[in-house]
Design a protein around this ligand. Sequence first.
Ligand code: BG6
Ligand code: MG
Length: 227
Amino acid sequence: MKPQAVIFDLDGVITDTAHLHFVAWRTVAAEAGIVIDEHFNDGLKGISRMASLERILRHGGKEAEFDQAAREAVAARKNAIYVEALSQLTPESVLPGIPALLAELKAQGVKIGLASVSLNAPAILRALGLQTHFDFCADAGKLRRSKPDPEIFLAACAGLNVTPAQCIGVEDAQAGIEAINASGMLSVGIGKGLRQADLLLESTVELTWSRLQHFWNQQQREHAPSH
Ligand code: BG6
Ligand code: MG
């Protein structure tokens, strides 16, 4: 038994861009007189650009000072800083274990999907040299609801022509685990302190095909109808 597809989040699963997001947000937050730290930034993982800005303004008690046009200007400035930092990314920036897992999934005939809410996802995949490795990448630009809503994972399943019950989703953010669970897929969490992941691994080093296959078989046995 094996899953039909494995659907990956990008930031924090395929490559580690959280610190680059943090540095860019910290810069524009400071310009608005708001201080954020890495701990606060953890809560922004998996959250879309505009929703992240909203959280930062709320954190600084400055929501009333920024109308829609001002918010869009701040978000655009943050993105310009972030995109500039993305030029550091190379194929070496792919997290350990991921290239081997992608190769093994392909060899096994298991489809590979991407479910990232980042509008920069296509550019990041190109910088990492992974643009041809995914069978389908859900389009963040078409999303109506961001994670923890399951919309992006369901869009990835539809694009891959698979049912959620036949898939595994991989995430490093709490909002992402909630989105996977709500989609009806099995969830694999990467990192510490994630709640409700069906399988929690400390890092992508542990994210191997044999680990996923063992997990899949165990889950199918546990949920098989008893006679
Ligand atoms: C997610 C990140 O993958 O993408 C978030 O975890 C980020 O931190 C979100 O805000 C949106 O990214 P972008 O590149 O569209 O600003
Ligand atoms: Mg992530």
